[in-house]
Design a protein around this ligand. Structure first.
Ligand code: ZN
Length: 429
């Protein structure tokens, strides 16, 4: 099977799988072609000629011309640079105008946040990392993030008017439709806090809020496993979370709470009384194996550790107590993971997060439980792999989620219709 440009379709899907670029396999292929659908094709493909768009959509040359003109007027598409050849003028090519603004990305953990300013295709222009405790509450936390964003924008010679969208990942249960955190176990003061309204006072652009493990799952899937239909991303950090990809897209469940694996309770007879979790229950896997529990157990064993970061460093340095505890953590996480594997039968389980270090010990523990407890059919083709994108997975996933929203074909069509009826505001920002 080849695509319309004569390339193998699979290769073009892989090529197109940048963070802010839709998978070409998802691009509309039928004989339709609203401006939003034409834009989706152009974003997926990189750059295209008018004739290629005509061939792909089945629309007339005149209609494609009108679509391209309106997309160019809205600042979404530009003529691509073409090299002149000795055989005359090459056909005009068109591309997505990725330089037509920037995205602000904040990928938060419990104690720190990674910030990035990217172009509209997800290329990182500026980035930084800050230690901010999420439990300081939404206003101090968001205030610090806003001021750091201001610094990053300023250093790139940009301002608030250049920002087209904001993506925020938070370590708690997120109702992504409402853009709110709901009853988080650790995020004091964040319950139903109106994040979009706070950011909207400073930036007039869409805001996408995601759970941190979901953002990682989207990033790892799009960039490292784009052809995998069913994937489970396990994030091991201060807390433990999971993001599920089914049918190639993130699975959120009815209310956005899917994947909250850290608070599944397990019985581990050899561990004695189940430990108390931050959520108030006993025996959650996070209370045995989360970063905060590892810090607790390392201190009990006489190691001086102040933070999850210290614990991860001890593990990476091969400290015998720390590596033994990590293998035990892997075994206990593997108990809940084996249930998830039995229920969902994923093709790939990706393990990432700050504690996904010393992979030998961690993965040995995880595999020990998963292969002992899941049925052979569910594990026959199962791969358990370390995260490839590492600390940038969340940023990549947020760019993807944000671009999926910003450049959704029906959203673009609605904006174009509004712009057409009000020519003075012909912009799809
Ligand atoms: Zn719990």
């Amino acid at each position: 099977m080849t695509d319309w440009a004569g390339h193998p379709a699979v290769a073009s899907t892989t090529e197109a799988a940048g963070p802010g670029r839709p998978s070409a396999g998802l691009a509309p292929l039928g004989a339709h072609g609203t401006p939003g659908q034409v834009l989706a094709l152009i974003r997926a493909q990189g750059d295209v000629t008018r004739a290629e768009l005509v061939g792909r959509t089945g629309l007339s040359r005149a209609t494609i011309g009108a679509r391209l003109e309106s997309l160019q007027r809205a600042g979404l598409v530009a003529a691509a640079e073409t090299a002149t050849t000795s055989r005359g003028r090459p056909p005009s090519r068109f591309r997505f105008r990725h330089e037509g603004g920037v995205l602000l990305i904040a990928d938060a953990g419990a104690t720190g946040v990674r910030l990035a300013v990217t172009d509209l295709a997800g290329t990182v222009l500026r980035q930084s990392r800050h230690s901010i405790d999420i439990a300081s509450g939404p206003e101090p936390w968001l205030g610090e993030v806003l001021s750091a964003f201001g610094g990053l924008l300023g250093s790139a010679g940009l301002g608030a008017s250049d920002v087209r969208g904001i993506g925020l990942a938070l370590p708690g249960p997120v109702d992504s439709a409402a853009g709110m955190v709901v009853s988080p176990p650790i995020m004091t003061g964040w319950d139903r806090y109106p994040i979009r309204a706070f950011l909207g006072a400073h930036f007039s652009c869409p805001v996408v809020v995601e759970n941190d493990a979901n953002a990682m799952a989207i990033g790892e899937h799009r960039l490292s496993h784009p052809d995998v239909s069913s994937m489970l991303m396990l994030k091991l950090a201060t807390g433990i979370g999971a993001g599920l990809i089914t049918g190639g897209v993130i699975f959120r469940g009815a209310d956005g709470a899917a994947g909250d694996i850290g608070h599944i309770q397990v019985v581990v007879p050899e561990e004695g009384d189940p430990p108390l979790c931050r959520c108030g229950n006993r025996g959650c896997i996070e209370a045995y194996a989360g970063g905060w529990a590892l810090v607790r157990d390392l201190r009990d064993a006489g190691r001086y550790v102040d933070s999850v970061h210290d614990a991860a460093r001890l593990v990476a340095a091969g400290d015998p107590v720390a590596t033994t505890l990590l293998r035990r953590a892997g075994r206990i996480v593997g108990i809940a993971l084996s249930d998830a594997v039995s229920l969902l039968n994923p093709e790939v389980v990706v393990v990432g997060g700050e504690l996904a270090v010393a992979e030998d010990h961690l993965f040995a523990g995880i595999r020990e439980s998963v292969y002992a407890r899941s049925l052979p059919l569910a594990t026959r083709r199962l791969q358990i792999l370390p995260a490839v994108q590492r600390e940038m997975a969340g940023v990549s996933g947020l760019v993807t989620a944000l671009c999926d929203h910003l450049y959704d074909a029906s959203r673009i069509d609605a904006l174009m219709t509004a712009a057409a009826s009000s020519p003075s505001s012909a912009s799809a920002d």
